[in-house]
Design a protein. Structure first.
Lengths: 485, 95
């Protein structure tokens, strides 16, 4: 591993600002490593030669006041990038070249970063293992044959394998935090309304949020500060005072009250997850935090609620893929036949499954029993958090109920796949921010993550808790570069 | 509750996704196990609960209704699988 690709984002930014490294040197190093890492299948679309040209251009007249000066960065292929193919991991968008840029990526380029390419993900972000991508599964850099998690699997693999200094993903039910946990990296899902959804291929609009994925908490804070802006182009974007996360970052969390929800001790949870959680509690105490037992009584209903709300929203969002305005079109005998064949051939099995669930729960005669019921339970789940936050500043839980599993292991059992998101889904339903940080290894040496959930708009609070705990945990990712021949 | 093949075919029609028999059977079995899992919600009495409509307790902002992008016809048509002059082309719908 070259010296450059080993560095954190913060250190690369400093080295470019102090003229110890040029953008071209940094970009070339990540391009070279990405070229040698095809086996991971982290990229769907590469833009390497453009990236190097942009880096050269940056070096000719570098603006070193920017937050990400000449920093190369690959992004999840769910963000529309102007004139660069955006597939959302789907066959149906195989040839889609956006004519506009998502707000979140625009914010990143405005601060001087350079696009390396588009990263693999589950089709329309529907999946927890990156196995639903039309462009093939992604290998976890931790071990051959292991899933990187999903849906931001390519993003997690690319950060963990050092193909990009940092990246962005999206999180609808855990799609940033679960892959971060599976790859020994840091992932933040911001408060709903913090990052604009404009130009992000929509999955479930009331749950989707973009967020940073990084090697460490400091890098994560810096990127969050860049991507979180109020945006008039997204009617659910919220105009609140945003923090200068990287400047305000502190390890002093003395006296902070951290809640431990008893309902997250789920049946059948492996002992190593329970042990990790106990270790986390110990670390938080050592940092000076006060530990308080809390109850989130409706936790067990979060996943069933999610599997009504998310498919319902997806079924209406994905109605736009009709083979007319953009994307793949199949031949049909008439208009209806063309629609039906286009969607049958263009969408993969998991996406079709979710469209069907969504259509069913919204269909005449079933709306009250399913969709309305789920929206009511969602209210109860949110109330649980509101109640807990009267007593605590943040909540500490495991990120996932297990470490990364083998490719193919859960592919044919949708419910067992869905159970992966048991600790992450409640956060999306309540619109809260949460961060996953690597905190230990299981018996096979695979990473395990802890999740810190915050109050709405209190990203700074959870970043601080994560920053303090990261120091105590002193996690070292075990990457052997097995995929580099 | 169980979702039969007839229901699957009805949903497939509503979803505009064509299905062959084999796919329909697989979907029926998948959806049944998913709905079995979803039925857990019926344990909860929610008669007096207001449904959640938005997690962000803010009201939507008003904005003036102005044209922001003009003359983007070419951009709009650019990604269509088939077009002719300024129009999207679809299979014949009128005899």
């Amino acid at each position: 591993m070259s010296d450059i690709t080993n560095q954190s984002l913060t250190s690369l930014v400093n080295n470019i600002k102090n003229k110890k490294l040029s953008s071209e040197e940094v970009t070339q190093a990540f391009v070279d490593r990405s070229e040698k890492s095809k086996e991971l299948n982290a990229y769907i679309t590469e833009d390497f030669s453009n990236a190097i040209n942009k880096a050269k251009k940056f070096d000719q007249n570098p603006n070193l006041d920017l937050k990400l000066p000449g920093i190369p960065m690959a992004v999840k292929d769910l963000f529309c990038t102007e004139n660069i193919r955006t597939t959302a991991g789907s066959k149906i968008l195989k040839n889609f070249i956006p004519t506009y840029e998502s707000t979140v990526t625009q914010n990143i380029w405005n601060e001087g970063a350079i696009l390396l390419g588009k990263l693999n993900c589950d089709e329309f972000a529907m999946g927890s293992s990156n196995e639903t991508s039309f462009y093939g599964n992604v290998q976890n850099p931790i071990d051959n044959g292991l899933v990187p998690g999903g849906s931001s699997g390519g993003s997690a693999a690319a950060v963990s394998g050092r193909l990009t200094p940092i990246t962005i993903g999206t999180d609808t039910g855990g799609s940033i935090r679960q892959p971060a946990s599976f790859t020994g990296t840091v992932g933040l899902k911001p408060t709903y309304g913090s990052c604009s959804r404009y130009g992000i291929v929509a999955f479930a609009s009331s749950l989707d949020q973009a967020g940073p994925m990084a090697q460490n908490v400091e890098d994560c804070a810096l990127l969050q500060e860049v991507i979180s802006t109020y945006d008039k182009k997204d009617s659910t974007s919220i105009d609140f005072k945003r923090n200068d996360h990287s400047k305000e970052l502190t390890k002093n969390i003395k006296g902070k009250k951290i809640g431990i929800p008893k309902e997250y001790r789920v049946e059948g949870m492996p002992k190593e997850i329970e042990d990790l959680w106990q270790k986390g509690i110990q670390y938080a105490k050592e940092c000076g935090a006060e530990i308080i037992d809390i109850s989130l009584p409706n936790t067990t209903y979060a996943l069933p609620t999610y599997y009504i709300v998310a498919p319902a929203e997806a079924s209406s969002n994905l109605a736009r893929y009709d083979g007319v305005k953009y994307g793949f079109r199949a031949k049909g005998e008439n208009l209806i036949d063309m629609y039906e064949k286009t969607r049958s051939e263009g969408f993969g099995a998991e996406v079709q499954r979710r469209i069907m669930i969504g259509t069913y729960v919204l269909s005449s005669g079933y709306y009250d029993a399913y969709y309305l019921k789920a929206q009511k339970v969602r209210k109860l789940i949110k109330n649980d958090f509101d109640e807990a936050y009267k007593k605590v500043d943040a909540i500490l839980t495991p990120s996932t109920p297990s470490s990364a599993f083998k490719i193919g292991e859960k592919k044919d059992d949708p419910v067992s796949m869905y159970l992966n998101d048991i600790f992450t889904v409640p956060v999306n339903l309540a619109g809260l921010p949460a961060i996953s940080i690597p905190a230990g290894h299981d018996a096979s040496g695979y990473p395990l993550g802890l999740q810190i959930i915050g109050k709405a708009f209190k990203e700074q609070e959870i970043l601080n808790v994560a920053y303090a705990m990261e120091d105590k945990i002193n996690f070292k990712n075990k990457i052997t570069d097995w995929w580099i021949k | 509750m169980s979702i039969d093949l007839k229901t699957i075919k009805h949903i497939s029609k509503l979803s505009r996704i064509s299905l062959d028999e084999q796919k329909a059977e697989k979907l029926a079995s998948d959806l049944n196990s998913i709905f079995e899992f979803i039925e857990k919600l019926n344990e909860l009495n929610t008669d007096k609960v207001e449904p959640l409509t938005s997690v962000a307790e803010t009201t939507l902002k008003f904005r003036s209704d102005e044209v922001k992008s003009e003359n983007i016809r070419e951009q709009i048509i650019k990604n269509s699988p088939e077009n002719n002059e300024d129009f999207f082309v679809v299979p014949k719908v009128v005899e």
